[in-house]
Design a protein around this ligand. Sequence first.
Ligand code: NAI
Ligand code: SOE
Length: 393
Amino acid sequence: MMKKLNVGMIGGGFMGKAHSLAYAGMPMFFWPAPAIPHRHTVVDVNEGLAKDAAARLGFDNYATDWREVVNNPEIDVIDIVTPNNTHAEIAIAAAKAGKHIICEKPLALGAEQAKEMLEAVKAAGVKHAVAFNYRRTPAVALAKKYIEEGRIGKVLSFRGTYLQDWSADPNSPLSWRFQKKIAGSGALGDIGTHVVDYARYLVGEITDVNAMTKTWIPERPIQTGGIDKLGTVKAGSDDVPKAAVDVDDEFITMVKFDTGAIGTIEATRNAHGRNNFLTFEIHGEKGSLYFNYERRDELQVCFADDPSDAKGFRTVYSGPATPYGEGLWPIPALGIGYGETKIIETYDFFKAISEDTEFSPNFNDGYQIELIADAILESAEKGQWINLEKTAA
Ligand code: NAI
Ligand code: SOE
């Protein structure tokens, strides 16, 4: 009989849906599955939402207090898909209870909190993952493969962006994503950290940053509690009380890598016309790579030794011959979606648990990314380069 792992999922919003889809879908794509995810209990502070989530997302039980679930001996894996300010307390309690943990990004409100989380999972000896799922887009894993095989030679530079427009409207409400005490930071923690994950995954450790931040919309109509509707529900009238936004709407940073490469990383949620414009362009001594998540089946490649009358970017579509192709769709360009990135993430995490190996990105990566995010904010405030003292795992 195939091993089953009981999942307790904390949070029944956007990511609750994405992770549940992955638990259901993973064995359908990757068979034999490393272990079968069993949707045991979903928790949400909102009881109505918890009850609906159990029915809709396929969980046997629902609860409103995560503590009950974290301490339930039947649970093997705790999945944290709640707003950022709750991650540390839940993860530390789950580690103490001996549960394996997958936690949504950003890992914490800052590096200090992330370090405590890392220490807790290390002390407990449990498996830990941070859900930077975009690196599991097959075309991105293909870029990694090319770089590791030396196909573009030594990497010289990385240019990464994450551009969205869902909050460009000043009437897009002040949800938890605009409150420092809940989110930690703005575009930086919410979307910029995905680009930092790409940069570290594909190039190397970031050692220095020099950044600018901007808050374009200083106040927004208040949203009290509930799921963040990501700008789809606007405040209805000018009478809705407003409150200050105390996080960044946009940042741009220059970066230096420990490999000697240089680069830029930027993110904004105020870029009209951009939706999930998560991109990188990497130049190496022997070629270049370009990826845009809005066209996520495609990796654009250019090799320096192509004949000069045919040299230029061409498109390689991910499919059966590219990473994760064994489990996905049988023809290139049939379409990789957000769901597939979460399915692959679940597959790799359950494999790490079953085979007793390390998952990456894990809490150490989450901690390093928090150090970089903190340094970006410090750099923007001081208007100077910040050197990151590399912290040993
Ligand atoms: P959401 O606003 O859609 O849902 C959050 C849910 O958590 C709500 O239903 C809320 O009632 C519940 N909740 C809040 N505090 C709780 C507590 N103490 N116990 C139990 N439930 C609680 O938020 P969303 O978009 O799902 O974000 C959750 C996390 O996932 C965040 O850390 C976010 O940064 C991350 N995220 C990651 C994405 C990715 O691509 N990897 C995409 C979207 C979000
Ligand atoms: C909103 O900006 C958001 O949902 C982020 O929280 C996610 O991390 C990103 O992947 C999609 O956009």
